[in-house]
Design a protein around this ligand. Structure first.
Ligand SMILES: [Zn+2]
Length: 259
């Protein structure tokens, strides 16, 4: 019978030191630790403001009637614009600069990894960092939450952001339900090439990201508060703990300056 193995911080640090190529898969848990509201959690925007998750990010609903999505966006950007990356975000950025980390695959749309300094970030679900005109296709890159908030407040109610070139409705480059995720092949490659995989803050309940860790024989370290949908295996370690608490302890065993 397979047992669920755990891993103390010193041994985790040793595995990071010995890794040649390390990849990370991050989920909502790393963002909620920074103060981003969990869409579906008990304190989530869906619950508190009664947004229906299946409608907010549904592509045909957006095309037919974008106001609902934009009302959600107005609340979301107001809540997240001052959010800062966590210790774990900075820790990962440092491991890319001076360690074995080759890339981060994230399910999050909040750009906190990039804000912390990470460069190779595959955003499976896109982000609010850029937008495209749904009419003429013009791309608006390097947007910020402040930009979105300003656009929301300037528009007449209900708020919708429009293309400055043609007046069409802007759609942020977030992957909606009914659209393909971004960069899935690149994510599979990143994982196929790594010898150490960290799965952080994800219960692995959302497809297709949930399938990424299942095919690799690389040493896999899963850190998440709560249950994870990945069966135990000899090369897998499970740590049910707060990410920052765990990685602050790991960092003490590594020659780095994150913090
Ligand atoms: Zn346009």
């Amino acid at each position: 019978m397979l047992i669920t193995q755990t891993l103390d911080p010193a041994r985790c640090a040793e595995k990071i030191r010995n890794a040649e190529k390390m990849a990370v898969l991050s989920g909502a848990g790393i963002s909620t630790a920074a103060g981003i509201p969990d869409f579906r959690g008990p304190r989530g925007l869906y619950v508190t403001r009664r947004y229906d998750p299946d409608k907010v990010f549904e592509i045909s609903a957006f095309r037919g009637e974008p106001h609902y999505f934009y009302e959600f966006t107005r609340d979301f950007v107001t809540e997240v614009r001052d959010v800062k990356p966590t210790f774990t975000h900075y820790f990962l950025a440092e491991l890319e600069k001076s360690g074995p980390l080759t890339g981060i695959i994230t399910q999050n749309i909040d750009t906190l990894h990039q804000l912390a300094g990470s460069r190779n970030v595959l955003e499976l679900h896109g982000s609010y960092r850029s937008a495209s005109c749904s009419k003429c296709g013009k791309n608006f890159d390097e947007l910020t939450y402040r930009w979105w908030e300003k656009a929301m407040l300037e528009s007449s109610a209900p708020p919708v952001a429009f293309c400055s070139a043609c007046g069409g409705v802007l759609k942020p480059d977030i992957v909606f339900f009914g659209e393909m995720v971004n960069g899935f092949n690149a994510a599979e490659r990143l994982i196929a090439e790594c010898d150490l995989l960290l799965v952080l803050g994800s219960s692995l309940a959302v497809s297709p990201a949930s399938s990424l860790p299942t095919g690799t024989q690389a040493t896999t370290i899963v850190v998440n508060s709560g249950e994870v949908m990945l069966p135990p295996a000899p090369h897998r370690y499970f740590i049910d703990q707060n990410l920052d608490v765990y990685f602050r302890a790991v960092a003490e065993h590594l020659p780095m300056s994150a913090g």
